[in-house]
Design a protein around this ligand. Structure first.
Ligand code: COA
Length: 332
């Protein structure tokens, strides 16, 4: 295989979280649960909910935030990839709706569906497009309005999810020490038994029956997913450390998908890294599916906690199953 001439690096970040906060206490009035259970079993204290609007609003605001902070003009964008499992509608793609709203008049783009690994898979795709040399600015957005598919009478799932959007800009560099270095990405359709939304697709088109049977909501066998998620995320992160020849002390941060603090802790432990080497914001936002990783990157970057040259391991596990890890060297 010929050596790559161009690396793909992150040159900008942006985010949007809705104003409305639902704290754990609120759920005590909805289902049989309590603040202590939620905090100790998941690490979540509160999450944000978008009251009006859809996923394209979350994605658009994240993109505009990125443009403003990094002085990017929408006409410079070549490609828009939106990772989401809660598109505004089946078609047109959310990427098209975002394109119009932000005024990216020279872009093409598409949506990508990989649930909680959506950002990781979209990021890999965006980097690959940049590495060809054909595209100079690729906008990758992770956005989900999880509240639109959450059953607020199911205590197993309703406490877990929140709404958010976050974005990164990917650009080329000839400096091979920067940007995406290595990735390991996987899918396994056996996951369809444990985490899914059955209704609304071509298998079970919307009908009175699908609504009555609550088929338009997330279903999760939490215990089953927990077991494979812990193993999957830890295994792939350790495998990537070996592939990239990184020791635990070489890693500035693990940037994990924020589904459950116990999954994150187990992954960090297997990687041999300290707690202060792990990006965490699940306490504030819950699981925002495709948005969690770019949300972490944006907050930590803006707090001055990441610097150029830092080794980051992005790692996720989600419905499908989908999972993987990427070694990114921070470039700004
Ligand atoms: N409040 C109080 N009790 C609850 C509860 C809640 N919100 N949700 C579930 N419980 C109960 C269960 O009903 C069960 O009761 P039982 O023993 O009487 O049946 C008990 O708590 C333990 O349930 P269990 O599923 O074993 O809890 P858990 O410790 O595994 O935590 C999750 C549940 C969902 C937090 C956890 O399984 C999880 O995080 N799973 C993976 C999520 C994930 O990574 N998804 C992939 C990416 S989206």
């Amino acid at each position: 295989m010929s050596e790559r001439k161009i690396n793909a690096m992150v040159t900008g970040v942006g985010m949007y979280v809705p104003e409305k906060i639902l704290d754990n206490k609120y759920f005590e009035s909805l289902v049989e649960t309590n603040d202590l259970w939620i905090r100790t079993r998941t690490g979540i204290s509160e999450r944000r909910i978008l009251e009006k609007g859809a996923t394209s609003d979350l994605a658009t605001r994240a993109a505009l935030d990125l443009f403003e902070k990094h002085n990017v003009s929408p006409n410079e964008i070549d490609v828009i990839i939106v990772a989401t499992v809660t598109p505004d509608m089946f078609f047109p793609a959310t990427a098209c709706l975002v394109q119009e709203r932000i005024g990216a008049n020279n872009a093409w783009g598409f949506d990508l569906s990989a649930a909680c690994s959506g950002f990781l898979f979209a990021f890999q795709t965006g980097c690959n497009l940049v590495e060809t040399g054909r595209y100079k600015k690729v906008l990758v957005i992770g956005a989900d309005k999880m509240s639109s598919i959450t059953d607020y009478t199911d205590r197993n799932t309703c406490i877990l999810f929140g709404d958010a959007g976050a974005a990164v800009l990917i650009e080329p560099t000839e400096d091979k020490s920067l940007g995406l270095q290595n990735s390991i990405l996987r899918i396994d359709g056996k996951g369809k038994e444990a985490l899914y939304m059955l209704g609304g697709g071509s298998l079970n088109p919307a009908s009175h029956e699908t609504v009555d049977k609550k088929m338009h909501y997330i279903f999760q066998d939490g215990k089953a997913v927990f077991k494979v998620a812990v193993k999957g995320m830890a295994d792939v992160s350790v495998e990537l450390m070996e592939k990239s020849k990184l020791k635990s002390e070489d890693i500035a941060y693990l940037v994990p998908h924020q589904a459950n603090l116990r999954i994150i802790d187990a992954t960090a432990e297997r990687m041999g890294i300290r707690k202060d080497q792990v990006m965490i914001n699940i306490n504030k936002y819950g699981n925002t599916t495709a948005a969690t990783i770019p949300l972490c990157l944006t907050e930590y970057y803006r707090d001055g906690k990441i610097k150029k040259g830092d080794n980051l391991i992005l790692s996720a596990f989600g419905a499908g199953y989908t999972w993987g890890a990427s070694h990114l060297v921070w470039a700004i």
